[in-house]
Design a protein around this ligand. Structure first.
Ligand code: HEC
Ligand code: HEC
Ligand code: HEC
Ligand code: HEC
Ligand code: HEC
Length: 265
């Protein structure tokens, strides 16, 4: 017995290293191993650091847009309607660079790969794919559009007592959201993908900062049903539109944040 173990051990060890590649190294991995790396799926993706994703996906931050479209329009000569806010600067950028590495993005946000990419169950990529299939699944590459909606929804003027479109009626309020938001819903942005102090500072200087994420570049016809955090001076009656609202941000956005507004109360 003793002899058999002595000869088997090195063999087992070498087999082990073939099967289980060290999880933090990209060496010696084939395409399928990398593609199906558990880091793409829950629960591992929830804990993943950007650096781990970037070990394989550096290209998402490096790739640049073409200098010219296939029909010959130069990028430097194009400006979309959502690129006309005062906060927009620099050359045309890709979606990833615009949210993760440009100056303005870094000033007001701290988005992580897994803020948007939440993974799914690889055994069933598509929601409702069979009679008792889950309705919650998102295709692996797909990002839940509710995440985009948080910063790209409409300006909900009706609930604010603003007569209509901010671009049309902002002048009634000195073009500044802070005319009212110095007092209303002051407990805001305490989430791990935003920089709350910087947002308030910049928002006081440049009006488009607040409007930008709350109507100024809206891809949707609806606005996000934000959680309604209590604030000092809040009335006790909850308005009808707010009855179903949560009163705290989604749990996954709270890890690593300190609620400074609440601490200050
Ligand atoms: C070990 C290398 C590796 C790591 C680490 C890794 N990926 Fe991937 N990922 C791949 C490969 C390989 C593919 C397949 C690419 C393809 O087919 O174009 C892929 C595909 C993807 C896709 C597209 C999926 C599809 O079906 O088209 C997304 C999105 C993605 N990864 C996000 C992430 C995120 C977010 C992280 C970190 C949580 C991450 N990846 C970590 C190697 C890796
Ligand atoms: C603002 C949200 C957001 C963030 C933050 C984000 N992504 Fe993405 N990513 C997307 C969207 C949207 C797509 C396109 C999804 C689709 O086609 O369904 C995408 C696509 C991808 C793809 C597929 C290939 C490609 O370029 O289209 C990879 C790989 C990827 N992301 C990796 C990453 C990594 C790594 C990070 C962190 C460094 C990251 N993403 C951060 C939203 C985001
Ligand atoms: C935390 C807030 C936030 C989230 C979440 C977010 N965005 Fe953005 N997005 C921004 C900001 C801020 C800008 C403008 C940055 C600037 O002007 O430099 C922007 C710009 C854009 C642009 C214009 C890019 C350009 O260069 O003109 C597109 C397109 C876009 N976002 C799509 C998306 C999509 C799709 C999602 C969801 C996958 C998403 N965003 C999620 C904040 C966000
Ligand atoms: C006339 C005062 C006033 C002005 C000006 C104003 N708001 Fe509001 N805002 C309110 C009130 C009042 C509420 C609702 C308070 C409550 O929850 O009872 C509100 C709510 C909000 C909400 C939460 C919406 C939701 O569905 O929970 C956001 C986001 C917001 N305002 C952003 C802005 C931005 C950005 C601007 C400037 C572009 C702005 N507001 C200008 C008074 C104002
Ligand atoms: C980079 C995008 C971004 C900018 C800039 C921004 N917001 Fe927000 N805002 C958000 C997101 C995302 C939430 C939801 C956060 C959460 O889930 O708690 C939010 C939530 C709010 C809320 C709801 C507060 C509550 O009860 O939780 C108000 C009010 C608000 N923002 C007003 C403003 C004002 C005023 C400014 C300018 C000083 C501003 N926002 C700038 C993205 C932004």
């Amino acid at each position: 017995m003793r002899r058999a173990r002595a000869t088997l051990l090195p063999l087992l060890l070498s087999l082990g290293s073939l099967v289980a590649a060290p999880s933090n190294s990209t060496e010696q991995r084939d395409y399928d191993q990398a593609r199906w790396d558990p880091i793409h799926f829950p629960p591992a993706i929830q804990q993943a650091e950007d650096a781990q994703c970037l070990e394989c996906h550096q290209e998402v931050l490096e790739r640049r847009v073409r200098p010219e479209t296939l029909t010959g329009i130069k990028t430097e000569e194009t400006l979309a309607w959502y690129q006309t806010l005062d906060t927009y600067q620099g050359e045309q950028e890709t979606l990833h660079r615009r949210h993760l590495v440009t100056d303005y993005a870094n000033q007001v946000m701290d988005l992580k790969c897994n803020t948007c990419h939440q993974g799914n169950d690889p055994r069933d990529e598509t929601a409702n794919s069979h009679a008792d299939g889950s309705g919650q699944l998102t295709q692996r590459k797909h990002v839940d559009p509710n995440i985009c909606l948080m910063c790209h929804g409409q300006f909900p003027a009706q609930i604010m007592g603003v007569p209509g479109e901010w671009r049309e009626f902002g002048h009634l309020f000195n073009e500044s959201c802070l005319t009212c938001h110095i007092a209303f819903r002051t407990n805001r942005h305490q989430v791990n993908y935003l920089k709350p102090e910087a947002i308030e500072q910049l928002g006081a200087q440049t009006n488009d900062v607040c409007f930008g994420c709350h109507g100024g570049r809206a891809w949707y016809r609806i606005s996000f049903p934000y959680p309604r955090h209590s604030w000092p001076g809040m009335a006790e009656d909850v308005p009808d539109w707010a009855k179903e609202r949560p009163t705290t941000s989604e749990a996954r956005f709270l890890t690593g944040t300190v609620n400074r507004a609440e601490q200050a109360q």
